[in-house]
Design a protein around this ligand. Structure first.
Ligand SMILES: Nc1ncnc2c1ncn2[C@@H]1O[C@H](COP(=O)(O)OP(=O)(O)OP(=O)(O)O)[C@@H](O)[C@H]1O
Length: 272
């Protein structure tokens, strides 16, 4: 589980600001955050509700709704090149193929009217010159890769015919089928029961290891962080209050807010 912070980061949040301009006022959701994400590591972003975690994650794909969202300052860099000011055409190419995202609730991100397999293969069709037959083969491989038994059968089924855990696996398959280098998972297990949560987290770690991806895990669950992440970024009110190796931060939290977060999670045993 060790990362190699000496290497060039694959993704860099560089003084990122995210505002939501509403009628009566502006919400400064993200206020100048900076951190790096390296290939092969799992980086957790934690913080209480409203601290700006999702706005940060969505900014990496420029997926916050515009309006009301604007990015007044800073950028997100992929291999050193800014993302936020690229034309939409380029962003569409980047989403899914360089950076992918998995959301909390597959029922809201999967199309209920489309068969599961088509939703996975469509990602490849969107991204370029892949024949229908090749897209189907690769989608079946992706379904098998995320541990879906009998992928041929699941390929033909609709989302409502699958359990919550299987639906989440289909969503992960569609996020991974184009082999992105960064996977951003926003509370990927919150809607699932505890056993399935564990399986999905294990799956993400296994995929990260096998494909050398970077995983950015957005969560408010410090138990999940302790078990899965290499490094952690703690956010509060749109700012990073602390970041570092998980063991170090859990053993010696420097910021009072991090201490309070840890104190609110009694089942954790900080590493010594
Ligand atoms: N589309 C939007 N329109 C207006 N305000 C928004 C929008 N999205 C987020 N916000 C505001 O930005 C702030 C940060 O929200 P964000 O969803 O990033 O927090 P979060 O840390 O992910 O919270 P949670 O854990 O509840 O998902 C909040 O004040 C929220 O109300």
């Amino acid at each position: 589980m060790t990362s190699s912070p000496a290497s060039e980061p694959v993704l860099r949040f560089d003084d990122l600001h995210v505002d939501f301009r509403l009628d009566a006022h502006t919400v400064h959701a993200v206020r100048g955050i900076s951190f790096d994400v390296h290939a092969g590591e799992t980086l957790a972003v934690v913080g209480e509700s409203g601290s700006g975690k999702s706005a940060t994650a969505l900014a990496a794909l420029r997926l916050n709704p515009e309006p009301p969202c604007v990015y007044p300052r800073g950028d997100v860099l992929l291999d050193g090149a800014g993302i936020l000011h690229r034309p939409e055409r380029e962003l569409r190419r980047l989403r899914g193929s360089d950076i992918s995202m998995v959301f909390q609730d597959p029922m809201t991100s999967l199309d209920p009217l489309q068969r599961c397999g088509a939703q996975v293969s469509e990602v490849l069709r969107l991204h370029g010159k892949v024949s229908r037959a090749e897209a189907r083969t690769r989608a079946l491989e992706a379904l098998a890769d995320v541990g879906i038994p009998d992928p041929e059968r699941r390929y033909r089924q609709y989302p409502h015919e699958l359990s919550g855990g299987l639906r989440q696996r289909v969503m992960i398959a569609s996020a991974l089928v184009a082999r992105p280098r960064v996977l951003i998972a926003d509370e990927p297990t919150t809607a699932l029961d505890v056993t399935v949560q564990r399986q999905i987290l294990d799956l993400l770690l296994d995929l990260r290891q096998r494909h050398g991806m970077a995983v950015v895990l957005i969560t408010h669950d410090l138990g999940v962080v302790a078990e899965t992440a290499d490094r952690v970024v703690v956010m509060r009110h749109g700012e990073v209050v602390e970041s570092g190796d998980v063991e170090q931060i859990f053993a010696r939290p420097a910021h009072p807010y991090t201490r309070a977060l840890l104190d609110a999670t009694p089942r954790l045993e900080p590493a010594t």
